[in-house]
Design a protein around this ligand. Structure first.
Ligand SMILES: [Zn+2]
Length: 237
């Protein structure tokens, strides 16, 4: 009590006497301390609040790759080359290219030599949340025919997007071989797809030269790269 009284008196005396330095210094230091704590508390609370802000996930575009035929269904056969083997090899390589690219992820409707129904192919793509559907096939016809053809969706609101995707893939394939301008078709996989879809006939397996090319790993990889470039251009526009 005595001390308190003394301190109060002393402070008043200090003020009266103009010796205000120590009093203001103490007040100033207390103020700084309080502000520091407030600042620290603010930073902690702010940090906690920021750390709880949900960061939107960077979602990749899922691309369904559909290697045509498989298992008991060999597809077209020419000069000992089976369509199901060519489409699987190109499809797998295309999936590798897609998976190595940031922002894209591939899902294959078949990964080996087994049969997958047409409806099942579509449901695999849907379950995976695919945003694009690329079906790969080989054509059959006259032995002198030797070009690629890209088919796009005929009806619905996504037909325009399918057409654009088809244009880019056709342009990519034209770096390798003659590629037919994309046409619309009513193939089941195109009709069933609710996302932009194309069906690529990569070449004629009934042409002796092209059958040999289609069975070559180097040519298969070139085709996969050409399709990949088309997808890339489509997604970048
Ligand atoms: Zn086919």
């Amino acid at each position: 009590m005595m001390n308190e009284e003394y301190n109060r008196t002393s402070k008043m005396a200090d003020c009266r006497m103009g010796n205000v330095g120590p009093y203001f210094r103490r007040t100033f230091l207390r103020l700084i301390q309080r502000r520091c704590w407030a600042l620290l508390l603010g930073l902690c609370l702010g940090g906690a609040a920021v750390s709880h802000v949900p960061v939107p996930p960077c979602r990749a575009v899922i691309i369904a790759i559909d290697p045509g035929h498989g298992g008991r269904d060999p597809g077209a056969v020419g000069y000992g080359v089976k369509e199901k083997d060519v489409t699987l090899a190109i499809g797998k390589e295309l999936a590798v290219l897609i998976d190595h690219h940031k922002g894209m992820r591939a899902v294959l409707t078949r990964r080996g030599d087994y049969y997958v129904g047409l409806a099942q192919r579509d449901s695999i793509a849907r379950r995976a949340g695919a945003g694009l559907f690329i079906s790969i096939h080989c054509d059959s016809g006259k032995p002198r025919w030797d070009w690629a053809t890209v088919y796009t969706q005929k009806r619905g609101s996504i037909a325009k997007a399918s057409d654009r995707l088809g244009d880019y893939i056709t342009a990519g394939l034209r770096h390798i071989e003659h590629a037919d301008r994309d046409r619309t078709a009513d193939f089941v996989v195109l009709r069933d797809s609710r996302v932009p879809a194309v069906l690529v006939e990569v070449g004629y397996i009934t042409n002796p030269h092209q059958a040999h090319q289609l069975a070559t790993v180097g040519f298969q990889h070139r085709l996969a790269r050409a399709i990949f470039r088309g997808i890339q251009h489509y997604l970048s526009r």
